[in-house]
Design a protein around this ligand. Structure first.
Ligand code: G4P
Length: 536
């Protein structure tokens, strides 16, 4: 590119990069993630998509994301990443598979976002899956916006809900809106920063609601409309102004404080305020650490990493798509980029974008965006791509599995195919494979139980291997390391029966129980036990 052309293109790219917001929704199943996603898309003008998300939901009986795709092709695929525009911003919403689709991918998606929206069912408070997902956000201090959903139903006390977030999740809460009543008596929310009463109108499921706003808590209009509620509300607000954390942008960006909003996703109430917070406060594409240096999003040269591989998107072609998060620069179709692990240049002729219901070819994409690369087995999770520089991105880890199974091969003559298949599936992130130092059986690890079904199915269809899985006495795993090689050798000798190597030949301790793990950690203080391990 000539210098002139470069000067012309650069400011444009900078604007494009700065107007991006890439985030995921974290929640426990049934808290309202799908409903909220639909409403967000509604605001983004992708109204037809709202139906698409619903369609995915109704195919829940399908045994997994990719099997569901075989049934209703294109739907889950498109909803893995959704891009839409809102208020002159480009929003990339990444799906965090839940329910039966819960897998390591769910965790890894969170390594590819710049912020997250936490949805809590206001009747249930903080639930198990939210706790796990928030722990993953913690690894990178991802800024979190909180939405207390379903206030149109009887809910827990709002102060109690915030206390629970603070004590269970260890993040300070700053209320931005405050609910006025709940259930049948839900009147709306008061916006603490704007001094406005946003009036709730039920039953606005299907269209963008014209929101009624009454300005000022002292406005006689609020007393006229809500004569029974106002005395209590004024007391509550006075108390909040004195005692609650005021919103602090820096604390939010550091992942230390979460702005809290109340509403009802199904009634499309409170959703607009969330989008506004995302645009006003959530960070645009953030710098990303690589082994050699930190990469800034507005660097001119393209770079990115793969955080997810989805197989069988098209069963006819056995294709796999690698989801790449762009970390810097401007991507253009047909670009030649370097695949660092293989040390090879590849040309990306037909990348996929997720703009519409159908997969579309992408011409341009910028830092913060996700593009899909067709993959015939050469791309692995954690692979980095650049314009030549040696930029291996970090922070795309494997997570310690929580479920384990011993693999049983039906036909012993297929051991080689089994090894090959499992190795490849492990590289794609579909499962983790451990080879115990003692005994010949392989052990699979996963975080979602359906991962085992997917592996069995794929071994059968792609590698012609019939395998079954049996329970095994392992409850958790940790990758182990020690600066002192002699001590590590001693540890390996003494605890050989609990040790295994993973697909990347890293040593892991497979603990039969959490108590066992704790005791072992106490007994071997020089050994470092890691709950995650980097791909590279
Ligand atoms: P998920 O993706 O987090 O699993 O949750 P989803 O949106 O599917 O919501 C779970 C259930 O909660 C759904 O009801 C949904 O309609 C309901 N829901 C979501 N937001 C609200 C809300 O603001 N208020 C109330 N009252 N309910 C809400 P369902 O009966 O399980 O499914 P469906 O038949 O309605 O789809």
């Amino acid at each position: 590119m000539s210098e002139n052309a470069e000067a012309l293109s650069r400011p444009h790219s900078l604007d494009e990069i700065r107007r991006r917001r890439t985030f995921a929704i974290i929640s426990h199943p049934d808290a309202g993630k799908t409903t909220l996603t639909e409403k967000l898309l509604l605001f983004g003008g992708a109204i037809q998509m709202a139906g698409t998300v619903k369609a995915r939901k109704s195919s829940r009986h399908a045994t997994s994301d990719w099997m569901a795709i075989e049934k209703s092709r294109g739907i889950s695929v498109a909803s893995s990443v959704m891009q839409f525009e809102y208020a002159d911003h480009v929003i990339n919403l990444l799906d965090t598979p839940g329910h039966q689709d819960f897998s390591e991918d769910t965790y890894r998606v969170l390594t590819a976002v710049d912020s997250a929206l936490m949805v809590i069912d206001a009747a249930n408070g903080v639930e198990a899956q939210t706790i796990k997902l928030l722990e993953v956000c913690r690894l990178r201090d991802t800024p979190i916006i909180t939405f207390m959903n379903k206030f149109d139903r009887e809910s827990r006390d709002p102060t109690e809900l915030m206390d629970e977030v603070e004590s269970v999740l260890g993040i300070a809460c700053a209320p931005v809106t405050w609910p006025v009543g709940m259930g049948k008596r839900f009147r709306g929310v008061y916006h603490l920063l704007r001094d406005e009463m946003l009036v709730f109108t039920p039953g606005q499921e299907s269209r963008e609601q014209e929101l009624e706003i009454i300005s000022g808590l002292d406005n006689p209009e609020v007393d006229r409309r809500f004569p029974e509620e106002m005395a209590d509300l004024r007391d509550e607000i006075e108390l909040l102004r004195a005692a609650a954390n005021p919103f602090d942008l820096d604390a939010f960006l550091a992942g230390k404080q979460t702005p809290v909003f109340f509403g009802s996703a199904i009634n499309n109430f409170g959703v607009r305020e969330l989008l506004q917070a995302l645009i006003d406060w959530a960070p645009g594409p953030l710098p990303r650490p690589a082994t050699s240096r930190c990469v800034e999003p507005d660097e001119e040269k393209f770079s990115g990493f793969v955080f997810k591989i989805q197989a069988n998107m098209d069963p006819q072609h056995r294709d796999r798509v690698a989801f790449l998060r762009i970390c810097s620069g401007h991507f253009q179709r047909g670009m030649r980029v370097r695949h660092l692990r293989l040390g090879r240049e590849i040309q990306i002729h037909n990348p996929i974008t997720f703009l519409a219901r159908e997969r579309e070819l992408v011409e341009d994409a910028y830092a913060g965006d996700i593009i899909g690369l067709h993959n015939h087995g050469s791309i692995q999770i954690g692979d980095s791509f650049s314009m030549g520089e040696d930029l291996q991105f970090t922070g795309i880890p494997y997570f310690a599995p929580e479920l384990f199974r011993r693999v049983r091969l039906r036909n012993p003559l297929k051991a080689k195919q089994l090894q090959k298949g499992l190795q490849q599936l492990a590289e794609e992130g579909a499962t983790q494979v451990f080879r115990p130092l003692q005994g010949g059986d392989l052990i699979l690890g996963a975080v979602g139980v359906l991962q085992f079904d997917v592996v069995a199915e794929r071994l059968k269809s792609e590698y012609a291997v019939e395998a079954s899985f049996e329970p095994v006495n392992v409850q958790t795993a940790r990758w182990v390391e020690c600066a002192d090689a002699k001590r590590l050798a001693e540890f390996s000798r003494k605890l050989e029966e609990h040790l295994a190597e993973d697909a990347g030949n890293r040593l892991a301790y497979l603990a039969p129980s959490r108590v066992n793990l704790e005791l072992t950690q106490e007994r071997w203080p020089e050994i470092i036990f890691h709950a995650t391990r980097e791909h590279a």
